[in-house]
Write a protein that binds this ligand. Sequence first.
Ligand SMILES: NC(=O)c1ccc[n+]([C@@H]2O[C@H](COP(=O)([O-])OP(=O)(O)OC[C@H]3O[C@@H](n4cnc5c(N)ncnc54)[C@H](OP(=O)(O)O)[C@@H]3O)[C@@H](O)[C@H]2O)c1
Length: 256
Amino acid sequence: MLHTKFSKEMENIQGKVVAITGASSGIGEAIAHHLSAMGAKVVLGARRVDKLKSIVESIASGGGQAVYQKLDVTNTEEVVAFANFAVQQFGTLDVMVNNAGLMPLSMINSYKIEEWHRMIDVNIKGVLHGIAAALPIFEAKDSGQFVNITSVGDRWVGPTSTVYSATKFAVRAISEGLRQEVSGNIRVTLVAPGATESELAESISDPDLKKLAIEKFRTDLLPASAIARAVGYAISQPTDIDVNEIVVRPTAQKSF
Ligand SMILES: NC(=O)c1ccc[n+]([C@@H]2O[C@H](COP(=O)([O-])OP(=O)(O)OC[C@H]3O[C@@H](n4cnc5c(N)ncnc54)[C@H](OP(=O)(O)O)[C@@H]3O)[C@@H](O)[C@H]2O)c1
């Protein structure tokens, strides 16, 4: 019985073409590995092509199907080209995972204005670019799914996370508005991770804050594969079931 259920989930992922932004490390990389192991054809995008190349090689060596293209999500044309690349390579695009993001935490009165701009450009505009690139493809075939990776910071804000949380609140609003606007057969899923193993804390430029974040808040981390499985769950549902939100925290993460 359990075996049949698992097979059904796998069947719903098998052959799907999934484009993943920010696939060169952490959660994006784990999503690529997990979905390709479930039979999806994955298209990886990020700026560090050396990393993408080795992830694609590792997937291919395990028998999976994966390709990559250099991608900066702040560049509208590159994101459109990325979605079109998926169609050229595999004939269609079924799922767009808007995952690329950064989290340079800081107090507002540190005035790290360039970092605020970068978070807005990548975390918000990057997601909008992903939507603008994939939606015409989904609308033309009246099916498809967006998976937008936010954070528990899409519903929680505290000192140093003000701008980061603002970008994630925005993506939550965008996801809900998109869900209401799109036609019946297009699905919108938001996945909000708690503290997860990745390179995310590397984007914190203040060394004391980075140390504090790693030692105090980034303990008891989820493996990135836990988020990948949540994404797999949403994609594997029958097309008339739209899993809208999944929040995944480490059990030990109580305070936010
Ligand atoms: N780890 C956590 O605790 C956690 C918790 C909640 C939410 N999240 C969210 O999960 C997502 C993935 O982050 P992660 O934790 O896996 O961190 P990560 O290991 O630092 O991965 C971030 C990814 O985003 C890509 N990226 C950054 N700027 C980009 C740009 N301009 N264009 C294209 N790709 C870009 C990076 O690739 P390149 O540098 O190669 O471009 C990298 O692949 C983010 O949206 C983050 O906010 C993470």
